[in-house]
Design a protein. Structure first.
Lengths: 180, 180
DNA sequence: CCCATATAATTAGGCCCCATAGCATTTTGT
DNA sequence: ACAAAATGCTATGGGGCCTAATTATATGGG
């Protein structure tokens, strides 16, 4: 998690500006501000979820399962699909599921047609967990965004999409670079 | 790290809306979009830093030390201060410093007046590490924000501050709640 | 001066998330 | 039939983070 309680200010960058031609102070300050707000949000909700007995990672798995269930009537998802949708490796997903199954929130069934495959589904307890979390969870999110008028939300959303697109374009460039 | 490759769309929320009075679809979608962009950014830069041999956590420690050094002429910081500024416990900071010292990026000296205290400083190698990272690092950030005009940056910054303030206000409310 | 208390740093032990590599099983495509 | 691909899993290890306990030192009141 990114954290730096006191973000650098313009003065902190001033001595660096002559040294680094690539340094655009306003970009960096915006970047840091963004990361800080995002981290704070993430941390706050992580803590909140932890109080309900689930981690962010597990919560996302539960959300994905619920969504799949609502979209196509409880057919369930395979670990492989879950890993893909959650952006983690299959091995990581195995670990997440292990915990979720131990806690009785998901079940694993073997696929009829393909014996390599496993089908993962929410248990009633898993569903209840989510429904226990949701009311308060949604209310906190609504509260957080409450200060933003409709047009501000619109604008923020557009700006976020702009950054997102930019990042998708230069994703490989971003992550690579530097001698490994 | 938050991750959900395909964010929920309006339709995914539709069946939930009648069930949860607190659910404000536009808030939640904005919230998720924000977290996704933030996570992607964080992950990309984490990968980038990893290619340079430092983790996010360590990088922040190095930044804090550099800043302190530039602000008041190399007096250094104590582990306690570092932990406070980085938002982690002292124990966690000890672990981070252990790695940094092993790699020769920082040094620990004992405080003259108070023998409980330790003073942490960047080594020349630590400083070099940062200076090796900076040019490319700043250039990537500048590139990322390049699509945003000056007025867009202004607006984004204002919106981010708005969310940040809101969060600071309701921080305790946010993180708490739920039977622990 | 002495002791209780506070503070600083560390260690020990543990949890979660995550990755890579390797493996067994099963399917698929030629 | 057989090589290649896919699936899920285990083993191993790293990073980050925490709490609790330990050690050393400082401080302030009695």
């Amino acid at each position: 998690m990114f954290y730096m309680k006191e973000l650098p200010n313009e003065e902190d960058f001033r001595p660096l500006v002559p040294e680094y031609s690539s340094l655009d102070t306003s970009s960096v300050m915006l970047f840091y501000l963004f990361l800080q707000v995002g981290s704070d949000m993430l941390t706050a909700f992580e803590t909140y979820l932890a109080n309900h007995g689930v981690s962010q990672g597990r919560f996302i798995v539960l959300l994905l399962l619920l969504r799949s269930q609502m979209r196509n009537n409880g057919s369930g998802l395979s670990p492989s699909e879950l890993a893909g949708q959650a952006g983690v490796t299959r091995a990581t997903m195995t670990g997440l599921m292990k915990g979720l199954q131990r806690d009785g929130l998901i079940e694993r069934f073997s696929h009829d047609g393909d014996r390599r495959k496993v089908i993962v589904r929410l248990t009633p307890k898993g569903k209840e967990s989510l429904h226990a979390i949701f009311p308060d969870y949604y209310s906190r999110i609504a509260d957080l965004m409450n200060d933003l008028e409709d047009d501000e939300r619109e604008r923020l959303s557009r700006l976020l999409h702009k950054v997102k697109n930019k990042m998708n374009l230069s994703k490989q460039a971003l992550a690579s670079g530097a001698r490994g």
